[in-house]
Design a protein around this ligand. Structure first.
Ligand SMILES: *Cc1c(COP(=O)(O)O)cnc(C)c1O
Length: 461
């Protein structure tokens, strides 16, 4: 079956060719791991999610818009929670946070990470229990730390000596003993883009392990006895497919744990290995299932503990992208189609780098499909670009779209749940798109579309 035949549901599931070799059969293909799980095509050829066709969604909510498959999001939460068993799974809120999503991750039993006062405010406004919140960030202000203490946030992940001093003073003043983790920079080179790798030595996050700062930070907290040091934390980066990075990180951080025990007689009870689990943005990406990740990570920690003669600490992990990324696609309308002779065809949509900065910022790859209909036209190499005044305003670098793609067509880009709406901007005064949750044949706006009035309301002249 040619994947782009009318009514075709899924393409060649096993296809793993290099991007430039994407076959015509890939055109319009819906590869399950790229798309939220309730996505399929209607008999008439339109994409649908949660039982609602994208044509109806576009008519009701306009474009561009992010559509969240609620069934898929809940399933991903549950898969991580059950795969990791007695580990605490923190949803990394920075990937995408709004009150509806906070409620969903809470209902599905997850914990929640925030890294600013703003994210904390959203979590608390949605009624998320403070004791299940972890607070991150390399420059938490005194005000933010105060609010975290006031609210009774469960874990504060300390990131600098300045922060330890600040938090210690606050704890003394308020007579509280906040539970903290020390963020350790383990020196792992994660095989990912430089800007999303976070554990090599030369960067802003955490206390260096090799330089001795991590040990000094833990020792200081223990010696002062004001903060309650629960354990160590390591986050090696994002969009990681290979668990060997976690293996090295776990080994190094558990070595440090053994060193702390030997020097101070304290056996730390918790270990947070961070997030960063990769997802599929194109058919080239082959992410691991939560179950496989959990097995590997547990095995790594167990064997490292055995080697170091340590009790196995209580584990936590912090997936963001892997929970919300694949549950969302962005729907755009095509505005212009420009054939640049012999090179490629530029398909301009009604959004762009303001709703998805990842292509420009990280050189990220995305895929796209003609969403409102299918086509039997020949495939053509296309670049999906936005409407901003910037030649780097690219949404999808390379994709085959049917040659008859035209203004008014709907284009869907999968994998946009994480770090797209949360990183959205108002560049060129383009209002930010809404987020719409779809489930059981109904859609509901969970973040409304920004309006020009919203933009003007901030501009006080
Ligand atoms: C960003 C971040 C995460 C989440 O990363 P994902 O790639 O979305 O899983 C987890 N922990 C920390 C400390 C982070 O900074």
């Amino acid at each position: 079956m040619r994947a782009h035949e009318a009514g075709a549901l899924h393409g060649d599931l096993g296809y793993r060719g290099p991007a430039w070799l994407r076959t015509p059969e890939d055109v319009n293909a819906l590869v399950p791991q790229l798309w939220p799980r309730t996505v399929s095509r209607t008999e008439a050829g339109s994409l649908q999610v949660g039982g609602v066709s994208v044509a109806d969604l576009a008519a009701e909510h306009g474009t561009p818009a992010y559509f969240l498959d609620e069934v898929d999001l809940r399933a991903r939460c549950r898969e991580f929670a059950s795969a990791f068993g007695d580990a605490d799974v923190y949803y990394a809120g920075k990937s995408f946070l709004c009150k509806a999503v906070v409620k969903i991750v809470h209902e599905e039993g997850l914990f929640l990470d925030v890294c600013t006062g703003g994210e904390l405010a959203v979590a608390l406004a949605a009624g998320f229990p403070a004791e299940k919140i972890g607070f991150h960030g390399n420059n938490k202000s005194p005000r933010e730390l105060e609010r975290a203490l006031d609210a009774g946030v469960g874990r504060i992940v300390v990131d600098s000596f300045d922060e330890i001093a600040r938090l210690t003073a606050l704890a003394q003043k308020t007579n509280k003993k906040p539970k903290v983790l020390v963020r350790v920079t383990v020196g792992v080179e994660a095989h990912t883009h430089e800007f999303i790798a976070t554990a090599h030595e030369d960067q802003k996050f955490g206390f260096s392990l090799a330089g001795g700062a991590a040990f000094a930070a833990a020792a200081k907290i223990i010696d002062e006895g004001v903060l309650d040091l629960r354990g160590l934390h390591s986050h090696i980066g994002s969009q990681i497919f290979d668990t060997s990075g976690f293996e090295v990180a776990a080994r190094r951080v558990l070595d440090l744990q053994a060193q702390i025990r030997d020097a101070r007689g304290v056996e730390l009870e918790e270990l947070d290995l961070g997030g960063g689990f990769g997802i599929a943005y194109t058919t080239q990406d082959d992410p691991q299932a939560a179950g496989d990740l959990a097995k590997r990570i547990n095995k790594i920690v167990e064997s490292e503990c055995e080697l170091g003669n340590l009790r196995k600490p209580k584990l936590s992990i912090e997936p963001g992208r892997a929970i919300v990324g694949p549950a969302v696609f962005t729907l755009y309308e095509v505005g212009t189609v420009k054939d640049v002779d012999g090179i490629r065809t530029y398909v301009s949509v009604d959004g762009g780098m303001s709703d998805n900065i990842r292509t420009a910022l990280y050189d990220a790859s995305y895929s796209a499909t003609l969403a409102g209909r299918t086509s039997v036209a020949e495939p053509m190499l296309a670049r999906v670009v936005g409407k901003h005044c910037e030649s780097g305003d690219i949404v999808v670098k390379d994709e085959f779209l049917p040659a008859d793609v035209q203004p008014g067509d709907l284009i869907a880009v999968p994998g946009t749940g994480a770090y797209c709406r949360s990183m959205a901007s108002n560049y060129n005064h383009v209002p930010r798109p809404p987020v719409v949750a779809v489930r059981d044949g109904a859609s509901r706006v969970i973040v409304r579309r920004e309006t020009e009035d919203d933009l003007l309301a901030l501009d006080v002249g």
